[in-house]
Design a protein around this ligand. Structure first.
Ligand SMILES: [Zn+2]
Length: 271
C-alpha cells in the first residue's frame, strides 16, 4: 500500500471520526452475546477508560481520551483502585489521597471526568458486585467506546479489571438486568498497550494522537511516578512508544490498540 493511502486508511480508523468502523458489515451482535463491535460511533460520543490504577488510566489509555475530546467527544476515566500501595515511602492512606487529587487534576487538564470505585490496590475483586458497579458507570455515562486492560498481564489487578469489564459490558447491555439506569450497549471495546500487559498483545488499530501528544503528556506529568520515582521510567517509555507507534501508523505519534476477537470478526453475505 502506498504510504499516502495507508495513512488515509489509518486516519479513517480514528476514534474521533464518524467513519470509525473496523467491521462495517457486522451490524448485529453475536447470537446470545450482546456485547460489542461493528457499529460506527458518532463524533460527539463518549470514550470511557476503565483501569486498575490511575497511572494506567492516564499513561496507557489517556491519549485516546484526549483525542476523543479534541474531536468534540467526551472522556471519562474510571479507576478501580487509587493505586494507593504504589509508593515505597508514602503510606497508602496518604498516597491514595495524592493519587486521587492527581487523577482529578489530570482529568480536568484534558477536559475529562474522573470516577473512582476505590477497591483496595492489589486486591481488586473479580466478582458480580464489582462488575455491576462498573455496569452502573457504563449505564450512567453511556460510552460508545471503552478502553481497558488486555488480559495478558502479570499484574493481578489488571487481569481482574479485564474480567470485570468483560462482565460489566455484558450486564450493561441487557435490559433484563434491572439497575437504576436503563441498559446501554458499548459499541466498541479496545485494549490499551501497557508495558505490564504485554503477553500476546497484538495491536490492530493505530490512532493518530499527534494533535494531543503534548497535552496528554502534560496531564501524565501530574503524577510523580511518571518521572520514574517508583522505579519504572513511564515518561521515557510511553513517549517513545507513541513515537514508535507513530512510525508504524505513519503519524507523528500514535496509540496502538487491540480489538477483541469478536469485534474483528466480520459477518458478510459475500466476499
Ligand atoms: Zn496498574
Amino acid at each position: 500500500m502506498e504510504p499516502r493511502n495507508r495513512r488515509s486508511f489509518l486516519k479513517d480508523l480514528g476514534l474521533g471520526t464518524t467513519a470509525f468502523s473496523i467491521a462495517g458489515e457486522q451490524e448485529k451482535s453475536m447470537p446470545g452475546r450482546p456485547t460489542v463491535g461493528g457499529e460506527e460511533t458518532a463524533i460527539s460520543s463518549t470514550l470511557m477508560t476503565i483501569a486498575a490504577h490511575p497511572g494506567d488510566a492516564f499513561f496507557a489509555m489517556g491519549a485516546p481520551v484526549a483525542n476523543q475530546i479534541h474531536h468534540g467527544g467526551h472522556g471519562v476515566f474510571v479507576s478501580l483502585s487509587l493505586g494507593e500501595k504504589g509508593s515505597a515511602t508514602i503510606p497508602p492512606g496518604e498516597y491514595g489521597a495524592l493519587q486521587r487529587e492527581a487523577t482529578v487534576r489530570a482529568a480536568q487538564m484534558l477536559g475529562a471526568q474522573a470516577e473512582f470505585l476505590a477497591y483496595p490496590d492489589g486486591q481488586i475483586p473479580i466478582n458480580d458486585e464489582a462488575s455491576l458497579a462498573v455496569c452502573d458507570m457504563i449505564r450512567e455515562y453511556q460510552p460508545a467506546i471503552v478502553v481497558t486492560h488486555w488480559r495478558g498481564s502479570w499484574h493481578k489487578d489488571h487481569r481482574a479489571c479485564y474480567e470485570i469489564v468483560d462482565r460489566a459490558i455484558f450486564y450493561a447491555s441487557l435490559p433484563a438486568f434491572t439497575r437504576k439506569q436503563p441498559a446501554h450497549r458499548v459499541k466498541k471495546l479496545f485494549f490499551a498497550e501497557n508495558w505490564e500487559d504485554a503477553e500476546d498483545f497484538r495491536p490492530d488499530t493505530y490512532l493518530d494522537i499527534s494533535a494531543v501528544f503534548e497535552r496528554w503528556t502534560e496531564a501524565c506529568a501530574v503524577f510523580p511516578m511518571w518521572r520514574g520515582e517508583n522505579g519504572f521510567r513511564y515518561d521515557d517509555y510511553y513517549r517513545s512508544l507513541a513515537r514508535a507507534n507513530g512510525c508504524i501508523g505513519n503519524f507523528e505519534y500514535a496509540a496502538a490498540l487491540m480489538s477483541p476477537a469478536e469485534q474483528l470478526m466480520r459477518r458478510v453475505p459475500s466476499l
